[in-house]
Design a protein around this ligand. Sequence first.
Ligand code: NAD
Ligand code: TYD
Length: 353
Amino acid sequence: MTLLVTGGAGFIGSNFVLDWLGQSDERVVNLDALTYAGNLQNLASLQGDARHVFVHGDITDRALIDRLLAEHRPRALVHFAAESHVDRSIHGPGAFMKTNVEGTFTLLEAARAHWNALQGDEQSAFRFHHVSTDEVYGSLAPDAPAFTETHPYEPNSPYSASKAASDHLVRAWHHTYGLPVLTTNCSNNYGPYHFPEKLIPLMIVNALAGKPLPVYGDGRQIRDWLYVGDHCSAIRAVLAGGRVGEVYNIGGWNEQANIDIVNIVCGLLDELRPDPAGPYARLITYVKDRPGHDRRYAIDARKIERELGWRPAETFATGIRKTVQWYLAHADWVANVQSGSYRDWLSQNYAAR
Ligand code: NAD
Ligand code: TYD
């Protein structure tokens, strides 16, 4: 059997592919356009492993998707590929519409044609798993209850609006055409291979370089943080047992203000890699707020626990320690990302193939 994964060279997708092949021999066909966020070095440990087939291509390329579906006959398509950074969406929303909206539409149409042509068990087993975010629900007041799956959609950034649009398409393709979809809406992930434009890896990398730690606005914005391995286990659970057409929220029961996150990271670095110049928190610098900045996200993850028995394995204390240790042990990965040389990997590795 085979899974078709999109965006499997990005942060969560590569963690998912590594986790998946760490626990199963089911083949993964990994379609990724290798934008700035795609890094094949994340998957270097799979080099020469016949269970992993990497395809360099774009999810808006219908002919390519049709060919991959026909050739590999995957039992499921797990869709991670997206433009994912809110700040980039503010500076340039076009790529978000193209990949997140048009790309998801293209995948849905290709999957629909493929699924319609399947028969018997192959047809009834097929799943389209759409990986989405809690940001589609908008911003919560300080004392409001956490997002459930029925919370109204109120996206506030170009990123969250594009993800909301894709969620609606997925819902409609199920409702209208019967496509067997699953949607998961997850909170902020952190862990290995996280691109250092996002809060936690940026703080680690900047602190180690003695650079300012930029905190937006008053730093009191709240996010729910989930260790990436727990997101992967939740996706596996939903893929295996989720009810078709349903939405499952995934979260870590771990709401934290940004400034507290930054102080925790600084404290761990003080312990694990003390800086003779003084505590890392001295580098914290408050900067102008992000326009339209959502104040609070919080996830009510009781549905996935009730129906599928999933709960996160990591606490924030264990997950963030692992994460900081991973960055300290992978200075080469960070250096390659910072120098941009990770982008040469494709030509180095594939030119002669
Ligand atoms: P990422 O930006 O690290 O990776 C995205 C991957 O998609 C990259 O490998 C990139 O090359 C690829 N990609 C982008 N455009 C493509 C295209 N047109 N065709 C093919 N591949 C393309 O993102 P991530 O943080 O790993 O997020 C993965 C998914 O999870 C996204 O759908 C995101 O919305 C969702 N999500 C992320 C978080 C989070 O905290 N990072 C939380 C909840 C949900
Ligand atoms: P981010 O990691 O970009 O994720 P998202 O915006 O999708 O939640 O940001 C997490 C929070 O951290 C968000 O409230 C914005 C804030 N932030 C900073 O304060 N400074 C930074 O340099 C970055 C990148 C984010």
